[in-house]
Design a protein around this ligand. Sequence first.
Ligand SMILES: [Ca+2]
Length: 125
Amino acid sequence: MTTFSATAKRRAALFLGAATLATSAGLGAAAPASAAASDCNGYQLCLFTDANYGGTLIRWNYLPAGGTLPSDHDSVSSIVNNSGSNICFYEHPGYGGLKFTVGPWQKWATVPDWINDKISSLTPC
Ligand SMILES: [Ca+2]
């Protein structure tokens, strides 16, 4: 289990709060028919519950500090990383289990089978 410093806890809270806010404002969740890679622009990090950028969209408008996904654990199947940083995704909350790294500006229409529907936390790395 990862031990967070007070600063890391605050950053994680901000990160999770922003994602929750986006969802409640209608920005983080989209109907399956409308989610698309083009929904992910600017400096956003976008996770999709279905392959080919479909299903529910979880989106951050800036590079997240890292943390456990606020929802949709074990369901991410495609990823758009519109940032200049590597993002490491983990099988378990708190950066445990399998680790999958997505490079800067990469788009994965389908994540590898071994991590599909398993991601629960992430952090820039
Ligand atoms: Ca899925």
